[in-house]
Design a binder for this molecule. Structure first.
Ligand code: GLU
Length: 564
């Protein structure tokens, strides 16, 4: 006995003396999204051998149920997708489209004046043809490893068995904004006993489960053709202000796929969807920052934040003037991202903020009028890396919280068309780039980003909700993680600062007094309470040792979890 122990000990000592130091185990895959139930749905697909796009479908199916204030089957999305085999980034556009009958005065009342924003949102005119599911189907066909029909199991089960309402959803159910009080929303969030649902209650949605089963079996045609399409048309033709969407509008919907719009930022390559997304704005912002010394500074340096604010003001001035649907208007993308243009524009960063910067004159600029677009916050953004190294970065939205407040077959319809400019022309008659038009897609701020190294290997992906503030949130995170070498979580946690014209919204209580003083000395007084808290950043960076480092915005309810 004793001999046996001695032998075993010798064997063990011998083994350990010769052993190589154990290699740290890294998760090869990760899902980083706004709700843990959706993250679990994605992980289950990855564990079953699914790719990032397969998991994205499962995440969206769950998010549409558990985070209905933000995104869903009735909404639209942009997706950038990195294929680790080809090293190519493809951008998918699932933006909602205006019906064929839409005219530039869609958001005018009978007296020829723009509708109030909430009137427009609740009207039948705010919903565009939903594109998120059709876009996912197109991308899944190209990059999926599993059968489409097998990707909806968790979403369907959660809807059938019920899920627990999260604190954020519970808060919005009880909030006072227009959609939260819309009849369909009130009915959906009322318990059988008659009281308003709150966090901790179980919510069952059998209609959503049935819709998912149909989408699983029939693909996006389940939404765009047949009885669900007829339900959408019927709901949007009801008062107030019917919207004129037809079955033909739904049947005609086409998601787009194109090579992503990529530009260099120092030694990296940053890829975005093209217009009408917020990708061009984010790339212009980065182009301006690349011409500053921000990388040598850090989060406690007021000049770093000044540079970030000034780059944003210049970027937003251009975005608001020039960006619209490139299928309908001329958008001078090449001019806006051209080196000499950015050189000249970066000189305007200066050392004092001064009055709001005017839009520039990039090569190819059309004569377009000023813009009157408003974008409040809804939306969700998630990032997935699979075990082969493919990456999905997707920002997905019903526009405002609970979309237009109208529900069919268990899901909410979007109010994305209020992302168009309510004023179609300026006083001299020049059309706004983002005016409403038939079949047109409204301008977005969504910027689901993928960053590569010079050899086109994946480095990082990040995205956020937040309406017009999205490019600001994304820029902050990219500077934090790439330039300042923060962890993804630290970069996401950095205080938010949004600078548009003379509007400086920020999380003032998160900046040090020194940073606030330094900014004020340069003409920027940061004010809290203007909506700067609305980010929902999710990002993943692959570290040099291969480790996936994820960050989920503490301002929302998301998590980053690895697997596989
Ligand atoms: N509708 C906005 C857009 O497409 C997103 C709204 C939000 O992020 O809350 O850019």
């Amino acid at each position: 006995m004793r001999l046996a122990i001695a032998f075993a000990v010798a064997l063990w000592v011998g083994t350990s003396a010769n052993a190589q130091p154990a290699k740290p185990h890294h998760d090869r895959a990760m899902v980083d999204a706004a709700n843990p139930l959706a993250v679990e749905a994605g992980l289950k697909i990855l564990r079953a051998g699914g790719s990032a796009i397969d998991a994205a479908v499962a995440v969206q199916a769950a998010l549409g149920l558990v985070e209905p204030q933000s995104s869903g089957l009735g909404g639209g999305a942009f997706l950038t997708y990195y294929d680790a085999h080809t090293h190519k980034v493809t951008a998918y556009d699932g933006r909602e489209t205006a019906p064929a009958s839409a005219t530039p005065t869609r958001f005018f009342n009978a007296d020829g004046k723009p509708l109030s924003f909430s009137e427009a949102v609740l009207s039948g005119r705010s919903a565009g043809v939903p594109g998120a599911v059709a876009m996912l189907a197109l991308a899944q066909k190209a990059h999926g490893r599993l059968a489409w029909s097998g990707l909806f199991g968790d979403g369907e089960r959660l809807a059938r068995e019920g899920f627990i309402v999260s604190p954020r959803l519970g808060g919005l159910i009880g909030a006072g904004f227009a959609q939260a009080k819309a009849p369909d929303v009130l009915a959906y969030f009322t318990n059988p006993g008659g009281d308003r649902m709150k966090a901790g209650d179980r919510l069952v949605n059998r209609a959503y489960a049935a819709t998912l089963r149909r989408i699983a079996a029939e693909g996006p045609n389940a939404l765009l053709k047949g009885s669900i399409a007829a339900d959408i048309v019927a709901r949007l033709s009801q008062d107030p202000l019917p919207g004129g969407m037809t079955l033909a509008d739904l049947a005609a919907y086409q998601p787009h796929a194109a090579e992503a719009l990529c530009r260099s930022y120092r030694q990296w390559i940053v890829c975005e969807p093209n217009a009408p997304s917020g990708g061009p704005a984010t790339l212009e912002g980065l182009g301006l920052l690349a011409r500053t010394d921000i990388a040598k500074r850090g989060p406690n340096d007021p000049i770093a934040w000044f540079e970030l604010a000034q780059a944003q003001r210049l970027m937003y001035a251009d975005d608001l003037k020039y960006v619209g649907d490139p299928a309908a208007v001329t958008v001078p993308i090449a001019g806006l991202l051209d080196g000499p243009y950015l050189d000249a524009r970066a000189k305007l960063i200066g050392d004092q903020a001064g009055p709001p910067p005017a839009p520039g004159q990039p090569v190819g600029a059309p004569k377009v009028g000023p813009d009157a677009t408003r974008e409040p916050g809804g939306t969700s953004s998630f990032v997935i890396v699979d075990q082969w190294g493919d990456v999905a970065s997707m920002t997905t939205t019903v526009e405002g919280p609970f979309g237009d407040g109208r529900m069919v077959d268990g899901f909410l319809l979007n109010n994305q068309l209020t992302d168009f400019s309510f004023q179609p022309i300026d006083k001299d008659g020049a059309p706004a780039a983002n005016a409403v038009g038939p079949g047109k897609r409204p301008r977005s701020s969504m910027s689901p980003t993928i960053i590569l190294d010079a050899n086109h290997r994946f480095v990082a992906a990040v995205g956020s909700p937040g309406g017009m503030a999205i490019p600001a949130y994304v820029l902050k995170s990219i500077v934090g993680v790439l330039d300042w070498k923060l962890s993804m979580q630290e970069a996401v946690n950095l205080p938010n600062l949004i600078a548009i014209g003379a509007y400086y919204a920020g999380e003032a209580d998160k900046f040090s007094p020194g940073v606030l003083r330094g900014l004020a000395d340069r003409g920027i007084v940061v004010r809290s309470g203007l909506g700067a808290e609305g980010s929902g950043l999710h990002g993943i960076i692959r570290r040099d040792d291969g480790r996936l480092d994820g960050g989920a915005d503490p301002r929302r309810e998301g998590v980053a979890r690895g697997c596989c």
